[in-house]
Design a protein around this ligand. Structure first.
Ligand code: 5AD
Ligand code: SF4
Length: 476
């Protein structure tokens, strides 16, 4: 099964899906599939889906409607299009997807995508869902389907091709690396423990080799990914279980790896050694995504977060004491079942106390199969919308204040690509903001000090240290 075929992968949701999509692409390369941006003419379309909120799943179904039309047009020209739904919607809904979206040929969850070549083969051979070969009344010659949503015993990472230098080089200066997957926390609103399964950490040396391969391919900044990354406990070469702070120390040994980040963390797993790493490990960026979801102790308890608002605020204080220039981001849910105006005001108060650099905030959306979904006192949609607006106004103001506070400061910027204006290049600040600078393109892949001179909606502008400021250049 070789030849020049194209694959279009659309990724929804979190960074872990971005990583998974890249690895799917690696898995398909030996089968002759090259990535394309042209969905209408692709031989294989994969939607790597997210189930975290209702809207994310609905987007997938509307996309599948469009794909059905394109697939029909290609079929009229005698061309075959295989359509796959992967990721968390696939895991949660399984065969239901094929019932709702007949254009779909394959459905597979996040733990089985290393079997993609085998799944494609099975579709080609004409397998149908839940019909054992012997008892199937007939075998349709067209539209065979494959559904694969078990949690397999084998580790998918062992069955994925090693990161290839030429593939990773095309991906640039920064990369994601999954170190831990799944979650055992069971927050009462969240589908992740059901779609991604229980917590599994990859062994230290496997992560180390993958990081070395990425760095050899030109990557200078790696973000370690896990649904609950700071609960990492992976097998070390010494046979002991290593924690995230130990893994961070090991990865810091790679000389040309300049920057390390990790996401997403749970407050309860922020141990003292990890906090200390923020003080002592210069490669660890001073930016931490630490979701709290709510500022009300009553709601936090109903969410099964197993900490209070003041414990969270104290924790932030401790981490900031270790790393004074730390910026914090978070996630919030408004309108969780039973949330009163007083509960919501407690969330606003927590936001005022912490002072965030950036945040994601969402209206609670009931996810089938989670405990909170069936609670009686659901909050009316209009109330959720109004609270979300108030919260986002406060968070936006904090984001602007944070960006403005950087004006006049010198920040190390890792340049990643050409900018939109001629002569401009773009990099990232330690706080993940894009920084636009007029500078020669040979600096892409390099780190340089930049004086921040202005802010955009989500970005910063500045000049290389020692260069005239942008305003002076305009006057000259
Ligand atoms: N409704 C709304 N937001 C949710 N999140 C997770 N589950 C839900 C839900 N059912 C949010 C949380 C989490 C982020 C990734 O998505 O804030 O931290
Ligand atoms: Fe979901 Fe809670 Fe686990 Fe985060 S910690 S993935 S919100 S269950």
């Amino acid at each position: 099964m070789t030849g020049n075929k194209t694959v279009f992968i659309k990724t929804y949701g979190c960074q872990m899906n971005v990583y998974d999509s890249e690895r799917m692409s690696d898995t398909l390369a030996p089968l002759g599939y090259t990535p394309t941006d042209d969905a209408d003419n692709a031989d294989l379309i994969i939607l790597n889906t997210c189930h975290i909120r209702e809207k994310a799943a609905e987007k997938v179904y509307s996309e599948l409607g469009r794909i059905r039309v394109a697939k029909g047009e290609r079929a009229a020209q005698g061309k075959e299009t295989l359509v796959a739904v992967a990721g968390c919607v696939a895991q949660a809904e399984g065969e239901e997807i094929i019932r709702r979206a007949p254009a779909v040929d394959m459905v597979f969850g996040p733990q089985t995508y290393h079997r993609l070549p085998e799944l494609i083969e099975r579709v080609r051979k004409g397998e149908r869902p839940s019909e054992p070969e012997a008892t199937a009344p007939f075998k349709a010659p067209r539209s065979p389907k494959v559904v694969e949503t078990d949690f397999p015993l084998e580790d998918k990472f062992d069955h994925l091709p090693a990161a290839k230098a030429e593939v990773t080089r095309a991906r640039g200066i920064t990369a994601f690396l999954t170190v831990q997957e799944g979650c055992d926390k069971f927050c009462s609103f969240c589908v992740v423990p059901y779609t991604r399964g229980s917590e599994v950490s990859r062994p230290v040396e496997k992560i180390f080799s993958e990081a070395e391969a990425l760095v050899a391919a030109g990557v200078r900044e790696i973000t370690l990914l896990g649904q609950n990354v700071n609960a990492y406990h992976g097998l070390g070469a010494d046979g002991e279980m290593w924690t995230l702070s130990e893994l961070l120390r090991r990865l810091s040994d790679i000389p040309d790896l300049w920057r390390i980040r990790y996401t997403t963390s749970h407050p309860r797993d922020m141990d003292d050694a990890l906090i200390a790493a923020h003080a002592t490990n210069p490669k660890l960026m001073p930016y931490l995504h630490l979701p709290v979801q709510s500022g009300s102790d009553r709601i936090l308890a109903a969410m099964n977060r197993r900490h209070t608002a003041s414990e969270y605020v104290e924790l932030i204080g401790k981490i900031r004491a270790a790393r004074p220039d730390l910026a914090v981001s978070g996630d919030f849910i408004v309108g969780f079942p039973g949330e009163t105006e007083a509960d919501f005001e407690a969330t606003m108060e927590l936001v005022r106390q912490v002072n965030y650099a950036a945040c994601y905030s969402f209206k609670y959306s009931p996810r089938p199969g989670t405990p909170a979904a069936t609670e009686a006192d659901q909050v009316p949609e209009a109330v959720k919308t109004e609270r979300l607006h108030r919260l986002q106004a406060l968070l936006d103001a904090q984001l602007k204040d944070f960006s403005h506070s950087l004006i006049g400061r010198t920040l190390p910027v890792l340049f990643e690509k050409e900018g939109r204006l001629p002569g401009q290049i773009v990099g990232r600040s330690p706080y993940l903001q894009p920084v636009n600078v007029m500078a020669p393109s040979h600096l892409i892949g390099q780190m340089a000090d930049v004086v921040i001179e202005g802010t955009g909606a989500f970005s910063l502008f500045g000049s290389l240290v020692g260069e005239p400021a942008a305003t002076e250049r305009r006057l000259a």
